[in-house]
Design a protein around this ligand. Sequence first.
Ligand code: GLU
Length: 477
Amino acid sequence: MSVRVRYAPSPTGYLHIGNARTALFNYLFAKKYGGTFIIRIEDTDIERNVETGIENQLEMATWLGLDWDESIDKPGAYGPYRQLERLEIYQKFANQLLASGHAYKCYCTKEELDAEKEALLAKGDDRFHYSKKCLHAPEQDKPFAIRFNVPASKSYTFNDIVKGEVTFQSEDVGDWVMVKQNGIPTYNFACVVDDHLMEISHVLRGEDHITNTPRQMMVFEALDWTIPTYGHMTLIVNHDGKKLSKRDHDILQYIGQYQDKGYLPEALFNFIALLGFSPGEKELLTKEEMIEAFDATKLSNHPATFDTQKLDYFNAQYLKRLEMDALKTLTRPFVEKEGILKGRSEEWFESLLAVFQERMVCGEDIITLYHDFLEQPFTWDDEAKQVMSEPTVKSLIHTFAASFKALKPYDPTSLKALIQASGEATGSKGKMLFMPLRLATTGSMHGPELPKLLHLLGQDLIQQRLAQSIAWLNGAS
Ligand code: GLU
């Protein structure tokens, strides 16, 4: 049997972490087992659809590094891939189920249904199973919904890839609405028709859908269709072990928010792939390595904690490995918006990034790092003063400062040459070359590569600091 899996987003919102995980695992599953990955748009909940929901889902999935074989933008042989364009198909099967007695028309009005619910609640029954009042109702010229006629006393058992054997009893499911009064199918019905017609072999989705599975199995059985293999992935929980909710403000919930902050899609892909799957000791894996390591039988049955610190660690690791061009592309929007590049060369931008690359967690960090750095006071502590009092320092700083003012072009290459030349001219080497120069220009003993740092701070500021240092040295001797 060929593997065909699907990610079936409802465009009722933007791509959320939970859905991104579902999409990603379906993608991994297809890639690992040589299957086909489909994205089907489940847009039948018309009132809840948001305008750019579909666009965002596909755009963010692409940004994350996913690609698919069939969808609205890649029509295959099983389309259309958007449920609102498949209404006639659902109608046909709904009629078939009406004819076979597996479904019936329900003429109850909203008021009647509300009254039924109230009566049930008064009896302490909050399951709200429909009374089956319309099961044998004669044909009427009134608006109707179509309900599934749930069989009495039947067990529904399936072997879940993640959870093992799962059983539901039909008593726990009321006669549910398959097609609403407006002729639009509900999720549980449309999903089955599509999973069948699109020849979906495996359904991997979030645990929140597990109670839908018996409903869906009923339809498969009633239509005499083969039931796919199910896998319900465990919940993603926050630091308190609670289900990730859109109200958790300390966790960014939407993939687009990570893009906006300058996270790297590769890092996010890697991190999300570990929410419910462990490839082994090595966790930092490329997409290809993750596909290789993926094993559906190893999907975890324990809730996956969304550890923001771990995500930041991952992103920092990926950022460190980034080539300069990619780092520039990632950070340029932030520095441009902040106006930091105004009047500055590309080379200056590169110095900025080279100096801070190691300390960034995500792209936008460059802004705070830069400002914090500029605001650092230029002072020496006692240890620094001791270094600056060493006998060779005075002539070194004088020599360096003498050529500094006229240094042209002012860039890391010329600065490096000047440092070397000043060292040679005064016989200062290694630590006794770099440390006093660093102190005389930045106030710190240690820090990022000196030529780049000096380039970054600019010729005027360094000139000023050298003058201050020289004044101190003259006063000290
Ligand atoms: N449209 C459903 C959702 O967004 C899909 C559930 C499924 O994969 O069956 O949750």
